[in-house]
Design a protein around this ligand. Structure first.
Ligand SMILES: [Ca+2]
Ligand SMILES: [Ca+2]
Ligand SMILES: [Ca+2]
Ligand SMILES: [Ca+2]
Length: 544
């Protein structure tokens, strides 16, 4: 792809076209009062029903006493059936099942590209890019970045030393896991041999007599514990083995080259002729991206699966750039530029890593997106870490809008989101969620989030990967109804209009580590759509 575009709309023309599109005016919001600070929330005495749990992120802070985003309240009292402007949301992820029946209504179609003619009709550098672009081609698994750094060889750099130490630490960490997998399989064989069948269930285990051989009894009680915890013993072993093997064979394996099938040089930003237009990729590797897209755009109220935050107001552009392993800075930089050049107003980035070789390309792309007025919403990461500890070294996490050791941000269009549990009180922060008073901006629901997955299905998933698209959906709705607001204004509104929480919460899942919620992000708040629309109304009126 060539960065010098031979054809694009001038800024003035783009604005003129934008203002032609109709946005139906919302009801008068000037007298509506936002949900204010939450100091003492009545703890729920009953569990959420399955139906409530499937859409808890849409529930209301006060009415439902969960840290949801008051999406339903906003639809009922503000959005109603008012039409907004369509907002293109680029999802940079693992691929999206664009023909999923709960998603296909909201997929972006490149208006200036003709499908399947082998010609780059709109001259944007990508041939037949109908729904976005697949920067990964046929690749799926990848190394982690530190593995790739070690693979390149010792160049005497500090980065190499750090990467080598990290790789050795991780390899040592998975060794006992490999031993454990073998033990578990042996125990499984002991039980299947004793029972004389290939598979067993909890009921079979309950019938094993107390005078069975010692090794059978030991294995039985181990498996019973797994079943008692609500898990299937066979799935349990498979999951651990799958994780172990992906670490050993791909993520940490210096002899594995995931990129060769793509055919480009991933460390040459000018080598842009790669990838293809298949934005789904391998369907079985598209779970993450399909789920993220669903959180934003799955159809609301159709009795199918879950509800998206912004189904009618968005078009999802799929940019496949996140493999099973660490993403390449080149793919991320080009994906951000693609989104900015082709009409996206919001980008969701549910990915990240702690080592980078070409981070300057991503920093430049973020600034490029800022020039094009694109808001980038990203996940804070799932490593239970304080990214900005008061003592000790700061954590470098990529992508970021801050160069490390510097305090100032390089752009004002980058919003970082941590994850919340479906419960108020001291346990509201997800135990895996990173946090930080410099590098995390807001929190949003990210545990037990129900959304689309490939093969037309739905699942609960968790992660800051799920919190980010919840926030991105809110950003899209603000931009849909208040199209004159800029990306920095939308970022500011999302931070300021959030619900402040003034009590201590457990971080990193460690009950002995409690922080005031106000101190673990730049805003000290969690995202609230209802409040955000009220504030957006005020800010946009003040501009006119
Ligand atoms: Ca094209
Ligand atoms: Ca074409
Ligand atoms: Ca639905
Ligand atoms: Ca920042």
């Amino acid at each position: 792809m060539n960065f010098k575009k031979p054809f694009y709309l001038s800024a003035a023309l783009a604005i003129a076209l934008t203002s032609c599109k109709s946005v139906q005016s919302l009801p008068d919001l000037s007298n509506m009062s936002p949900i204010k600070s939450v100091n003492h929330i009545p703890t729920r005495t009953t569990d959420l029903s399955e139906e409530q749990l499937q859409r808890w992120s849409h529930l209301d802070v006060l009415r439902d006493t969960v840290p949801g985003m008051s999406v339903d309240r906003a639809y009922e009292s503000i959005i109603k059936n008012k039409k907004g402007q369509k907002v293109v949301v680029a999802v940079i992820d693992s691929g999206i099942e664009i023909d999923h029946e709960d998603l296909k209504h909201a997929i972006w179609h490149n208006p200036n590209e003709k499908a399947g003619n082998g010609i780059d009709d709109d001259n944007n550098g990508y041939v037949d890019d109908i729904n976005g672009w697949n920067f990964l081609g046929k690749s799926n698994a990848e190394n982690l970045e530190f593995t790739r750094i070690v693979k390149k060889g010792d160049d005497g750099s500090e980065l190499y030393k750090e990467a080598k130490a990290k790789l050795e630490e991780e390899l040592a960490g998975i060794e006992p896991l490999g031993v454990r997998v073998e033990q578990l399989k042996e125990m499984r064989n002991t039980v299947t041999a004793y029972l004389g069948k290939d598979r067993f269930e909890k009921e079979d285990l309950m019938e094993i007599p107390e005078d069975a051989p010692q090794d059978v009894i030991a294995a039985t009680s181990m498996f019973l514990n797994i079943y008692m915890a609500g898990r299937d013993g066979f799935d349990y072993i498979d999951n651990i083995e799958e994780y172990y093997l992906s670490q050993k064979n791909y993520h940490l394996n210096v002899d594995f080259d995931g990129r060769s099938v793509v055919g480009d040089d991933p460390h040459d930003i000018n080598d842009t002729n790669y990838g293809d237009n298949d934005v789904l990729g391998d369907r079985d590797h598209a779970k993450h991206g399909t789920h993220v897209a669903g959180i934003i755009a799955q159809k609301r109220g159709n009795d199918l699966g879950g509800d998206g935050v912004a189904d009618k107001n968005v078009e999802i552009m799929s940019l496949r750039a996140v493999p099973d392993g660490d993403e390449y800075d080149k793919d991320i930089a080009l994906a951000i530029r693609y989104a900015a050049d082709n009409g996206a107003k919001v980008i969701n980035g549910s990915f990240g890593k702690y080592f980078a070789q070409n981070s300057e390309w991503v920093y430049e792309a973020i600034q490029y997106a800022a020039e094009k007025d694109v808001l980038i919403v990203v996940a804070a990461g799932n490593d239970s870490m304080d990214l900005n500890p008061v003592e000790g070294e700061e954590i470098k996490r990529y992508p970021n809008d801050r160069k490390f050791m510097e305090r100032t941000e390089i752009a004002d269009n980058f919003l970082v989101v941590g994850a919340l549990n479906p419960t108020f009180g001291e346990k509201m922060v997800a135990e895996f969620s990173n946090f930080g008073h410099v590098d995390v901006d807001v929190f949003a629901p990210g545990v037990k989030i129900y959304a689309t997955v490939p093969h037309g299905k739905y699942e609960y998933l968790q992660g800051t990967s799920m919190a980010s698209p919840n926030a991105a959906g809110v950003a899209a709705l603000i931009r849909s109804y208040f199209p004159t607001l800029t990306a920095p204004e939308v970022k500011q509104i999302m931070k300021e209009s959030g619900v402040p929480v003034n009590f201590e919460v457990i971080v990193s899942g460690d009950p002995s580590d409690k922080r005031n919620f106000q101190d673990i992000s730049t805003s000290g708040k969690f995202v609230n759509l209802y409040n955000a629309l009220i504030m957006a109304d005020k800010v946009s009126k003040a501009k006119n």
